[in-house]
Ligand binder design. Structure first.
Ligand code: KG4
Length: 342
């Protein structure tokens, strides 16, 4: 079964063709990051307009690259939530029109479910159940993935997402947007014990996370140093900051996997590209006898293939959207789409 999949929830326009949920025939991505970099973050209206301009061209390119015609498409999948609302609306409306024109089913896909499914593309043997940490620019979630479409959130950030914290830290250090990759590069060779940063512990749910205290601590350190005319060791600051994020994430994910009795641990989302976090997960999983799955770098960030992968399993579970499909800026990933429309 060939699914044409669309992703437009933030600043990547992405169109993919995925076969049977596991085989990527093409994965076309147009990143708008350069357009937003000058503003230090994503400008929603620019993102929406850019999606409008590029989505048709990318779709033509995807069909060509996959070497298929429109008649070969069996279903259309699209990110319907969460994200920048104007941006999500572009993908939803385009996908709706394509599904209507081709007379094929329309499958709504939750963006974070897509990030989790990126791992099915990289690891053919991976099947639920498993414990997943999803860490992206807008979300940080610990999810018990009981089945392909049956998920329970067991912890989440109370404030900023991990990726947001990387982006704000990069900004205060004068690094370009998005800041995760430049911080990763800067931290290489830095001393991770030079600066000490807070790691949150939330009494009522040990699996919930908080990154706003860490963000504020970094901003205060940089501003204080500027005011006193002191030079900071930027590489060590980036390394110490990354250690604090990793120490917030890795032990929580390991403890959650153990508590839920899962022997497989999956990491997903843009922040899963971080070299320190990947290394810490590898060491911790080995030490705790857990099988670790982390996507290759190209599947960590937003892409259309992950939406096609999850779309296949949503299709098998009977999830369908009608022509009244809407876009949502926020939506829990454990809410089944059909319960929204009842
Ligand atoms: O998953 P993603 O592409 O988009 C969302 O769905 O949000 O994640 C983007 C986030 C950004 O905050 C970016 O700075 C972060 O992922 N990121 C990284 C790295 N590469 C991207 N964070 C830390 N280290 C990296 N190497």
């Amino acid at each position: 079964m060939k699914i044409l999949a669309f992703e437009s929830s933030c600043d990547e326009t992405a169109v993919a063709v995925v076969e049977d949920g596991r085989k990527v025939l093409t994965d076309q991505i147009f990143s708008q990051a350069d357009l937003h970099a000058v503003y230090g973050g994503v400008v929603p209206e620019i993102a929406s307009r850019c999606h409008v301009e590029s989505i048709s061209l990318l779709t033509d390119r995807a069909l060509q690259a996959a070497n298929i015609s429109r008649e070969d498409i069996d279903a259309v999948a699209v990110t319907y939530a969460p994200g920048l609302i104007g941006a999500v609306l572009v993908g939803v409306n385009f996908a709706k029109s394509v599904a209507l024109a081709l007379g094929v089913p329309l499958i709504p896909v939750h963006h974070i479910r897509g990030h989790i499914a990126a791992n099915y593309l990289a690891y053919p043997e991976l099947e639920p159940p498993f414990l997943c940490l999803a860490i992206s620019g807008g979300n940080s979630l610990l999810v018990d993935v009981k089945g392909y479409t049956d998920m329970e959130i067991i912890g989440q950030t109370r404030d900023d997402a991990a990726g947001e914290c990387f982006d704000k830290t990069a900004r205060v250090l004068g690094l370009p947007y998005p800041g995760g990759k430049p911080i990763d590069a800067l931290s290489q060779g830095g001393d991770d014990s030079k600066y000490s940063f807070p790691i949150s512990h939330l009494d009522d749910n040990p699996y919930d996370m908080s990154f706003s205290g860490l963000k504020t601590a970094v901003i205060n350190l940089v501003h204080n140093a500027e005011q006193k005319g002191e030079e900071l060791d930027r590489a060590s600051l980036a390394a110490s900051f990354t250690k604090a994020v990793s120490d917030s994430l890795v032990p929580r994910a390991i403890a959650a996997a153990k508590e839920k009795g899962r022997d497989k641990l999956v990491v997903a989302g843009g922040v899963a590209a971080n070299s320190r976090i990947r290394a810490d997960f590898k060491a911790a999983a080995e030490a705790n006898g857990l099988q670790l799955f982390v996507p290759p770098l190209r599947l960590c960030g937003d892409n259309g293939a992950m939406i096609g992968a999850q779309g296949y399993y949503e299709y098998l579970a009977g999830t369908r959207a009608g022509s009244d499909l809407n876009a949502y800026a926020t939506m829990d990933l454990n809410v089944a789409y059909d319960t929204l429309t009842r």
